[in-house]
Ligand binder design. Structure first.
Ligand code: FAS
Ligand code: PHB
Length: 389
């Protein structure tokens, strides 16, 4: 098999890249390890920045997002019963869209056939070859048959555990990581949200987040110890903990119901540099991970893909290699700013096991400062809605 761009991974990064390349009449093939049902079944991000919405608008894959998504103009930080409202629309002139990554993935997959975007599902043993030459190729097994896909470029959109980043020799790359001493237990329930906006709560018992997917479907999170097992958290225990951590005003409006999904995710900050090695380009979680506190994971994948698709389209359509040469530096400049924001909001809202009384005072002082300073609120708001590309 031959194509211009071999894309590994049919998550948001791979699917957005595939659509943008096909829209520019560039050949590409997506290789995905899982089944379509598995990919569509993953419950992940919930907040879209303008950057991500713009990609879906540009692709014309936006009807359901605008029909079913919820535009939000602000969110709250909660601390011991105090609610600090961050009015992102007033401060930045921008809003964010509440529309689940599950829905974004489904919309991109539903639109793939009309775009002529080919996804090979359930491929195994994907391996990258000759990635420092101009004739790289990928080998894989599909339905028991070995296959080889030759391409000009390979896009590693295969997430944190995929083979692409591991194909870069250790001497050629550098990792930066912080693993947090806690995880997030997430619960999805078909109950109306407890508030019209998201609430990020700092509580002595730990962080909690009240989010949503629609007016009838809520998504909640609580910070749990890193070694916690989801089996030890029956629904009622989660609801009780949420009520304690979110504070009386917010908790008073919680509607309880059976969990549709409940899982624990670890939290880490991670960046791999560079995001290009020869003919291999890394994008999304394959190159970086953020703690979900800042709602940046999916949106960073989107901004990587804006840079990468522009670069590849310039190369193939105008023989302009500037975007290819500058991709890694451009993407990393935005990645690091989002890593900083996600890390800082995590440190502000979570309780760390080794926190000293001084550390707690620093959290209280920063929350007091945010509550009293429009400048501090603007700094949070402009990062939350997404920094300019
Ligand atoms: P993805 O991981 O989504 O996609 C990579 C794809 O590559 C997958 O489909 C995988 O099956 C495939 N793949 C892997 N190995 C392969 C191989 N060998 N061959 C072929 N294909 C292979 N972000 C937020 O903003 N907010 C959140 O609340 C949030 N919650 C999250 C919860 C969890 C449990 C996880 C894991 C992540 C969460 N994220 C969240 C981050 C998440 O949304 C990612 O940022 C987003 O999925 C990134 O998209 P991709 O880079 O496409 O990677
Ligand atoms: C979600 O709704 O899944 C969500 C929202 C905001 C975050 C993280 C997750 O910061």
């Amino acid at each position: 098999m031959k194509t211009q761009v071999a894309i590994i991974g049919a998550g948001p990064a791979g699917l957005m890249l595939g659509h943008l390349l096909r829209q520019a009449d560039i050949d590409c093939v997506i290789l995905e390890r899982q089944s379509r049902a598995h990919v569509e079944g993953r419950i992940r991000a919930g907040v879209l920045e303008r950057t991500t919405m713009d990609i879906l608008d540009k692709l014309g894959i936006n009807r359901r997002m605008h029909a079913e998504g919820l535009l939000h103009s602000g969110f709250c930080l909660a601390d011991g019963g105090r609610l600090i409202h961050i009015d992102i629309a007033e401060l930045t002139g921008k809003q964010v869209m509440i529309y689940g990554q599950t829905e974004v993935t489904r919309d991109l997959l539903d639109a793939a056939p009309d775009r002529g975007l080919e996804v090979l599902w359930e491929v195994e043993d994907v391996e990258l070859h000759e990635i420092t030459t101009e004739t790289p190729y990928v080998t894989f097994v599909k339905g028991g048959e070995s296959a080889r896909l030759e391409a000009h470029f390979i896009a590693g959109c295969d997430g944190f555990h995929g083979p692409s980043r591991r194909s870069v020799p250790q001497r050629a790359g550098r990792e930066f990581e912080r693993v947090y001493p806690f995880g997030w237990l997430g619960m999805l329930a078909e109950v109306p949200p407890c508030r019209h906006e998201l609430v990020y709560a700092n509580h002595a018992r730990g962080f909690a987040l009240a989010s949503m997917r629609s007016h009838s479907r809520s998504r909640y999170y609580i910070q749990v110890p890193i070694d916690e097992r989801v089996e030890d958290w029956p629904d009622e225990r989660v609801w009780d903990e949420l009520s304690l951590r979110l504070g009386a005003e917010v908790a008073g409006n919680i509607t309880r119901g059976p969990a549709l999904e409940k899982s624990i995710a670890p939290l880490r900050s991670y960046v791999f540099e560079p995001m290009r090695h020869g003919s291999l380009f890394l994008a999304g979680d394959a190159a970086h991970i953020v703690p979900p506190t800042g709602a940046k994971g999916l949106n960073l994948a989107a901004s990587d893909i804006v840079y990468l698709s522009d670069a590849m389209i310039g190369f193939f359509k105008r023989k302009d290699a500037l975007g290819i040469e500058t991709y890694s530096a451009r993407a990393l400049a935005r990645v690091w700013k989002s890593e900083r924001f996600s890390w800082s909001l995590t440190c502000l809202t979570h309780r760390f096991p080794d926190d000293s009384p001084f550390d707690r005072r620093m959290q209280v002082a920063e929350l007091d400062y945010i509550a009293s300073s429009p400048a501090a609120q603007l700094a949070i708001a402009e990062n939350y809605v997404g920094l300019p590309l």
